[in-house]
Design a protein around this ligand. Structure first.
Ligand code: PFF
Length: 449
């Protein structure tokens, strides 16, 4: 079986694919808006510390289990122990991770579709297709279903091609493009009046906010969502890594790329908010807080682009192209979770598995679009507030308690023979056993209040 499994062909291929999964709407939309509404610089600082001190060890748990087991999330967790009770717990946790990945993708594909329509609408206007533009702006069932279908179709097409020709090839193309668009937009926005105030709010922390428990817990949740933890995406990407690859270093690089991207996206979004404010667009609500959530992206930013004259349409096109690409590279990692299960456990061919799983998830997306008020927020809450943290704890427990210390050491030594002498090895096994589960649980309990 090991020979027939896909594998990343290069370090950079894995890094761009894992960063592609991590860098998504959570970085470009979630992180900057959370930073803006939680004290700017203070949130940034706490987020950076937590990403390395807590999310990185949890990411290492997933990558290590994945490469050790070289299997999809259900088989991997099941195979960590011979004891029937633990095997059953592995099966259950793996199945729950697949279910959470499926439901995250079902709402993520809808939001990705909105990004696509925001990208296509100004493009249609530029091409003189007025009727198409107003249809794209209509936000009705048919529009939402069509743009979601396009994003789902692209995700299925990439995953059907496999690890090297699909995930790796497309992440390698799309990630540099994403970064180039982001840099171009930052340069443009920073030249506009008001941008300096946004930069100051983002980069200068207010010391009194640094120890605010609410801020710390929001930053932790954001770090876990952003690094795609808890649903087996990093586990399955880890399972496609070569034995010669140095896992702790790969994990650091992914964490650096993800936090670096979130930081850079903040350099665009926070100044953009203050540029909009300087142009008289309402960006603060009645209580003085920032307009957050969808309104910021779908109302404030398009209103800002509208005030930029003829350049504005192209800035809008570039911005929503950025969002669509970021969403697509995250969506493919989510679809890989059920597809790898279908291929490895049920021996379904990859293209078929991609169409079947992707088609079923699209059907769930359609149901959510149809019953939007009742389902959309519920699915997001159940998967990201409850599912991800609890499964994050489970994965740390599997790495820290079910896997033996010498199994961990053997696996990590493969790409780093000197691992035993490193600070990483002295700290990480303890961290993943005690500190990570305890702190993730704390976030979870907090989120229930
Ligand atoms: N990390 C992605 C983002 O920041 O948008 C979201 C995500 C992707 C979460 C994949 C979970 C996942 F498995």
């Amino acid at each position: 079986m090991a020979q027939t499994r896909g594998q990343f062909s290069s370090k950079i291929g894995f890094l761009l694919a894992a960063a592609g999964s991590a860098v998504g709407l959570g970085n470009i939309w979630g992180f900057p808006t959370q930073a803006a509404s939680n004290g700017g610089g203070a949130f940034l600082l706490v987020y950076l510390v937590l990403a390395f001190v807590l999310a990185y060890p949890a990411l290492m748990a997933e990558l290590t289990i994945g490469r050790y087991a070289r299997a999809n999330v259900i088989t991997a967790l099941e195979s960590l122990s011979e004891k029937p009770g633990l095997r059953r717990a592995g099966w259950l946790s793996g199945s729950a991770a697949v279910a959470v990945a499926i439901f995250i993708l079902s709402f993520y594909a809808i939001v990705a579709g909105w990004m696509l329509s925001e990208f296509l609408s100004p493009l249609a206007a530029q091409l003189g297709a007025g009727a198409t533009e107003s249809w794209l702006d209509s936000a009705g069932f048919a529009r939402n279903a069509l743009v979601c279908a396009i994003m789902s179709g692209l995700t299925i097409a990439i995953i059907a091609r496999g690890v090297e020709k699909g995930i790796e090839a497309w992440s390698t193309r799309l990630m540099p493009l994403l970064f180039a668009i982001l840099l171009g937009l930052i340069i443009y926005v920073l030249t506009q009046a008001g941008a300096g105030r946004g930069l100051a709010a983002y980069l200068i922390p207010t010391p009194s906010q640094l120890l605010d428990p609410q801020l710390i817990l929001s930053a932790l949740g954001q770090a876990f969502f952003s690094l795609s933890l808890g649903v087996g995406t990093m586990l399955i990407y880890g399972s496609y890594l070569r034995d010669t690859d140095n896992l702790p270093r790969m994990g650091v690089s992914v964490t650096l790329l993800d936090t670096g991207f979130a930081f850079t996206a903040g350099l665009l979004i926070l100044p953009a908010i203050y540029v909009a404010d300087a142009r008289g667009i309402a960006v603060f609500n009645d209580t003085g807080g920032l307009i957050a959530g969808p309104d910021l992206i779908f109302q404030v930013l398009p209103a800002l682009f509208d005030t930029m004259g003829s350049a504005g349409a192209w800035v809008a096109i570039a911005f929503f192209a950025l969002m669509s690409i970021a969403a697509l590279t995250s969506a493919i990692s989510l679809l890989e979770v059920p597809v790898s299960v279908c291929v490895e456990r049920w021996k379904i061919s990859r293209p078929r598995a991609a169409c079947l799983s992707g088609g079923a998830i699209f059907a769930i997306s359609l149901l959510i679009i149809w019953q939007f008020e009742a389902l959309f927020n519920t699915v997001i809450t159940v998967t990201t507030v409850y599912g991800q943290p609890l499964l994050g704890v489970a994965l740390c427990v599997f790495a820290g308690w079910v896997m033996q210390r010498n199994q961990l050491l053997n696996e990590l030594s493969k790409g780093h023979p000197e691992i035993e002498k490193t600070v990483f090895w002295k700290i990480w096994p303890f961290y993943v056993r005690f500190i990570c589960p305890a702190l993730i649980l704390l976030t979870f309990v907090q989120s229930l209040r």
